[in-house]
Ligand binder design. Structure first.
Ligand code: SF4
Length: 653
């Protein structure tokens, strides 16, 4: 394959952060392309510094490059200055390793981690000189594949993507590769894209949108159904049963320039059954599957030696829930090989699982940032969203942190949640104020940052039927919160741009018609919409109007239980009636406990998998029932039974 490096190199002196485009990282691979090897370009549709740490992309990069019949390189979205230089010089999108043109690859595979990158996906296809619409691609064009959490409502990108891979990627990537390898082995006159579409549609977890048609009536979606015989009416996600089989990334990428999360990341478990009703990741990645603690320690040890990092993050949706977390952290920090030099950070800390013991372990080497996410400002609000954290939980976690020497704690909240009242918003300021007071018992100079995001309902969650707040209403709530926080020294309020939440809502819950809207926004110059300096809601409103749609229709309107949803033909494993009942429970302020400690709720996630949850803690969770005497069974559909001691709950589905 021809390299574009001479042309690329000429552009680098004139652009910001040229290290984004040169590759050469520790862990970068330079595979030999050739016949019999499917060439994958793995793309993250945001800048290099955002995309490089992405674990999903790094895992697939290694898995593919270990195969005899595949090669994989990477590409990221060039920043606007580089894009302009590339377009002016006629340089197409290229891989960062060997600077091979994107359209010379057999596959362009996008990681979709956030909806506001969708216009960047179109921009990258255009920069690659690949036809934008799947229907216009020919035999010699790359196959455009997309995966990641946003693929669980694939419809807004259905016109542009050939196949979506749903759920865990470790196994399905090999099956798609094998299908492509066999298809590519046939001489061009003997193969058609349609043949491969049908083959791919037969792979579990592969959704080929061209084989489905959406119908509409009275301006609304009626159904999305197969347009060919033999194509499944519903496509279900893939689930890797045992993470121990996939100890990746084993040779993580070590960037040459500054990136976000510049540290070793080791995934300790996948899935979450805490049941937070706003959380798409928690719902679509069920059930919980833990990596064995011994393997975690080995991956940390090898990863640190490989990368030279002095900081490791144990990643998951709720890392403090990991079985024996304190022992694992202690063993890592006390390992004689890197004793005293390695710090451990735990993202997504649950306040009800954060103890002085954990705090003491983490701060042994140096104190990394601490973020807790109570999400709601009052206990009533947290019952609605099923984030069962009491004020006592939060205050004791914050006290543990400040007592162990932290001086700055960040709290994350959502506003615009279902049933929200002004007192719930003001409650955020009250919680923050009390946390500052707790901190002052330990030090005069403490800071509490309350970071506030506007809630966007997501597919496959109990809140998928909720009409999200308008921009004006979110802004009013931000102003209300700031007003109540103003008098508290040491409390800082940060907030997410309400207008961006509106656009995210469009891309999150739109149907196939949203593709034309996204294309209009892109054609009007709307790239990097997740960057506040580039975001422009007016572009989205104009595009909606041109397509006969509105923000109200797509984002701000409640759905009833009968209305077809754009993702009804996609299964995240969750029964619709489970989600609907949970939505009704939310409105009734009724809560459900984590199924790791209770009987199964039959959400559907374990059906047919033969999985068992691994209980994360020998102590029952300190949620509302423990901390406050709240009766968790009130209004719940199954009486909650909190069980002491280690116990496995068989997922019977
Ligand atoms: S099927 Fe039951 S045990 Fe499995 S995740 Fe759902 S509620 Fe939990």
């Amino acid at each position: 394959m021809e390299t574009l490096w001479p042309q690329v190199e000429r552009l680098l002196l004139g652009v910001s952060k040229p290290a984004r485009y040169i590759g050469g990282e520790q862990g970068a691979q330079y595979p030999v392309h050739g016949p019999g090897k499917v060439a994958w370009l793995l793309l993250y549709p945001d800048t290099y510094e955002i995309g490089l740490p992405n674990q999903g992309l790094q895992i697939l990069y290694e898995i593919l490059n270990e195969r005899d019949d595949a090669v994989a390189e990477r590409a990221y979205a060039p920043w606007v200055d580089m894009e302009a230089a590339m377009r002016a010089a006629g340089v197409p999108l290229f891989s960062v390793e060997q600077h091979v043109a994107a359209r010379d690859f057999d596959v362009m595979a996008f990681n979709l981690s956030a909806e506001l990158v969708y216009t960047n996906v179109l921009n990258l296809l255009d920069l690659a000189d690949v036809p934008l619409h799947a229907a216009d691609r020919g035999t010699d064009d790359p196959w455009v594949i997309a995966g990641g959490h946003c693929a669980f409502n694939p419809e807004p990108l259905a016109d542009f993507v050939d196949v979506f891979a749903l759920g865990d990627g470790e196994e399905i990537v090999g099956e798609i590769n094998a299908a492509l390898r066999d298809w590519l082995a046939a001489p061009p006159p003997d193969r058609s894209r349609d043949d491969l579409r049908l083959t791919l549609a037969g792979i579990d977890g592969a959704y080929v949108p061209a084989l489905y048609t959406s119908t509409y009536g009275n301006g609304r979606l009626v159904a999305t159904a197969p347009n060919r015989p033999g194509v499944p009416a519903e496509v279900a996600k893939r689930t890797v049963n045992d993470l121990a089989d996939w100890p990746y990334p084993a040779r993580p990428l070590v960037p040459l320039t500054e990136v976000v999360h510049d540290r070793l990341n080791v995934e300790v478990f996948r899935g979450c059954t805490r049941g937070c009703r706003f959380c798409q990741a928690g719902m679509i990645t069920r059930p919980v599957r833990e990596r064995p603690a011994q393997q975690v320690k080995e991956m940390v040890s090898k990863g640190l030696a490989w990368s030279g990092h002095d900081e490791v993050t144990l990643t998951s949706l709720s890392t403090a829930d990991f079985s024996g977390i304190e022992d694992t952290v202690r063993d890592i920090i006390d390992d004689p090989v890197h004793r005293g030099r390695v710090s451990v950070s735990l993202p997504s800390l649950r306040v009800d699982a954060f103890t002085v013991g954990t705090a003491a372990q983490i701060q042994k080497v140096r104190r990394t940032g601490l973020t807790f996410a109570p999400e709601g400002g009052t206990w009533r609000m947290r019952q609605v969203i099923n984030k069962l954290i009491t004020e006592e939980d939060l205050y004791s976690a914050v006290d543990a942190a400040f007592s162990q020497g932290w001086r700055r704690v960040k709290l994350y909240f959502l506003i615009g949640l279902p049933t929200e009242r002004d007192e719930d918003v003001i409650g955020i300021a009250e919680l923050g104020k009390h946390c500052v007071e707790i901190g002052r018992r330990h030090s005069k100079s403490v800071t509490v940052v309350a970071s506030v995001g506007g809630f966007v309902p997501k597919p496959h969650t109990p809140f998928q039927w909720f009409g999200q707040d308008t921009v004006d209403e979110l802004q009013r709530k931000v102003n209300l919160l700031r007003e109540h926080a103003r008098s508290t020294r040491g409390l800082t309020i940060r907030w997410h741009e309400p207008a961006a939440s509106a656009a995210e809502g469009l891309a999150s819950r739109g149907d196939r018609r949203m593709g034309a809207v996204i294309e209009r926004v892109w054609r009007a110059g709307g790239t990097f919409q997740e960057w506040s300096e580039r975001f422009d809601l007016a572009l989205w409103e104009e595009a909606l109007a041109a397509e006969g749609l509105s923000l109200h229709e797509v984002a701000h309107r409640d759905r009833d239980g009968q209305e077809p949803l754009p993702w009804d033909h996609i299964s995240a494993g969750l029964h619709r009636d489970f989600l609907w009942t949970d939505w009704q429970d939310a409105l009734a302020e009724a809560v459900v406990e984590d199924c790791r400690w209770t009987p199964c709720y039959d959400c559907g996630a374990c059906t047919g998998l033969g999985l068992e949850h691994v209980v994360a803690s020998p102590i029952p969770p300190a949620g509302g029932s423990q901390g406050t005497g709240q009766d968790l069974s009130v209004g719940g559909r199954i009486p909650v039974r909190l069980v002491g001691g280690v116990r496995s709950v068989a997922g019977t589905g």
